[in-house]
Design a protein around this ligand. Structure first.
Ligand SMILES: [Zn+2]
Length: 180
């Protein structure tokens, strides 16, 4: 599946010329028919945070598409000059009003199912300062949910991240069988 953006980008950002898909650097890419610039669609970088309190997970209900009305981890896109940990904390604060201390990385999850572009979701563990979570910004609601009572989630990577972060026993690495 191509990046959803590849169908919607029509003009060269450098000269305004039209783009046509051509084979470049091993695959089809949009190429400007006027100046020859090749458009490389970098992944978007989304940053989320997984916060638990008394075995409940902090989730936000999405006010906007995609996934409007569904729930997800507090998350948002990083700016290019912003560290992902800072983006995760900023987005969580904007959406929930809680100051979050960012901890270890839970995982990196590639996705291609968002119309705003394919990307990589980085999910960190987080610890919330005292306070009551309140919905702000692009969150319609916020809530704490027990693992066995999660509401419908908007994006598959969020479900994967929650599973990765809450799995009790990690699968051990395979034992080495070579004799060197
Ligand atoms: Zn051009």
């Amino acid at each position: 599946m191509l990046d959803p953006r590849s169908a919607s980008i029509r003009h060269c950002a450098r000269c305004g010329g039209s783009l046509r898909h051509q084979h470049r650097d091993g695959r089809e890419r949009p190429v400007c028919t006027d100046c020859g610039a090749v458009v490389y669609l970098d992944p978007k970088v989304a940053c989320g945070v997984l916060v638990m309190r008394r075995r409940a997970i902090l989730l936000v209900q999405r006010r906007n598409e995609p996934g409007r009305g569904l729930w997800c981890l507090p998350c948002g896109f990083a700016d290019a000059d912003e560290a992902p940990e800072a983006a995760a904390a900023r987005e969580a604060f904007e959406e929930t009003g809680l100051r979050i201390t960012i901890g270890a990385l839970v995982g990196a999850y590639h996705y291609r199912d968002d119309p705003r572009g394919a990307g990589i979701l980085l999910v960190y563990r987080g610890r919330a300062a005292r306070g009551v979570a309140q919905a702000h910004d692009d969150a319609a609601a916020v809530g704490w949910f027990a693992l066995d009572g999660l509401p419908p989630l908007s994006h598959a990577p969020h479900r994967l991240a929650i599973a990765d972060a809450t799995r009790r026993t990690r699968r051990p690495l395979p034992e080495r069988t070579d004799s060197h």
